[in-house]
Design a protein around this ligand. Structure first.
Ligand code: CA
Length: 345
């Protein structure tokens, strides 16, 4: 997003380039040319209306999200203020981060899997992280079921001790009885939250699971819009909401979702993935949210993230990341480097 004076705002859309790029270029961009970049709320409504009208139930809200983030970055730069100030002011100067990683490897035995995960965990702790998220539920392609997941969770808890907050994330892998089994075992070893145990469209399943388990159920990266989260909250589906700024509707909509969550006393801890643009945008939102917050910090391989990385977003020795105070998202994007990453089509 570029203003008349050449100031550029950057955003990030969740998901594949295919689709997002064409929607942004052909549907959204014509709506925004000549518009006032400061009018983030009005422009959000206008784009949302057009997408819903054009795509009905398949509206690509990731495209809207990336554009909205770019508008906020641009608005902050034009006004000379960080986005957190524009969202009502920062509650904090740093946000504690947790390391996401610990994916399943293609190894022969569960012992090898466990040992690889434990080694990775030690690395995250050595890098300064004070909290970790473990991936589970992905081992069924390797022939492993919930017992393997439970063994993995127990091994990690034993390795790091009781002082390190642990989260587990099943990426929608389970049916209700499997989720119940894993959730009960997770409760025994002390887990901060159990993320995406079920497919996202099974909201009743989420609600039943939440009522049966002591461990808090978290989810949100697969849901979009305030209206979507309203339904999630109405059904009592989760104890922690995790909207993603790059897919749930951008900074505009995630702030609204967080405000609704706050009104209902549901913690909102946004899901974060992707490049430093997503990281910086999420940090600005997290800075402006009341209550206890945590920054998801993806530690898996991502060449785009590495290429665009800004050292100011590094995790410090106390396990936190500083909230950028420079205007907009507070991220310097190297335009040449970004161009060099462009996909060809
Ligand atoms: Ca997740």
């Amino acid at each position: 997003m570029v203003a008349e004076d050449g100031t550029a705002g950057y955003g990030e859309c969740w998901g594949p380039i295919a689709g997002n790029d064409r929607v942004v270029e052909e549907v959204i961009a014509p709506l925004l040319v000549g518009e006032n970049a400061l009018a983030t709320g009005r422009l959000w409504e206008s784009v949302h209306f057009k997408l819903r009208w054009a795509y009905h139930s398949f509206a690509p809200y990731s495209a809207l999200s990336g554009v909205d983030i770019a508008l906020w970055d641009l608005k902050g730069k034009l006004l000379g203020l960080p986005v957190s100030e524009l969202l009502g002011g920062a509650f904090r100067e740093t946000v504690p981060a947790y390391a996401t990683g610990h994916y399943f490897r293609k190894v022969e035995t569960l012992e090898e899997q466990i040992s690889a995960v434990l080694e990775e965990a030690r690395g995250h702790l050595a890098s300064g992280f004070k909290a970790l998220k473990l991936k589970i539920g992905l081992g069924r392609t390797l022939g492993w079921g919930t017992e393997a997941d439970i063994a993995l969770v127990r091994a990690l808890r034993e390795e790091v001790g009781s002082g390190v907050p642990l989260m587990i994330d099943a990426n929608c892998a389970y049916d209700p009885s499997e989720a119940l089994r894993v959730g009960r075992a997770a409760g025994e070893v002390g887990v901060e939250w159990f993320e995406e145990p079920l497919p996202p469209d099974d909201l009743d399943g989420y609600a039943r699971l939440s009522s049966k388990l002591d461990v808090p159920i978290a989810a949100g990266e697969s849901w979009a819009l305030l209206s979507g989260f309203h339904e999630v909250f109405r059904r009592g589906a989760v104890s922690i909401a995790q909207p993603d700024v790059c897919s749930a509707g951008g900074i505009t909509e995630v702030k609204r979702i967080a405000d609704l969550a706050h009104a209902l006393n549901v913690p909102c801890i946004p899901h974060v993935w992707g490049t430093p643009i997503a990281l910086a945008a999420s940090l600005q939102v997290l800075a402006a949210l009341p209550g206890h917050v945590l920054l998801e910090y993806d530690r898996s391989d991502n060449p785009v993230r590495e290429a665009l990385f800004d050292k100011s977003l590094s995790v410090r020795s106390d396990g936190t990341v500083a909230v950028p105070k420079t205007p907009g998202l507070g991220l310097e994007v190297d335009r040449e480097r970004l161009e060099s990453l462009r996909s060809s089509r």
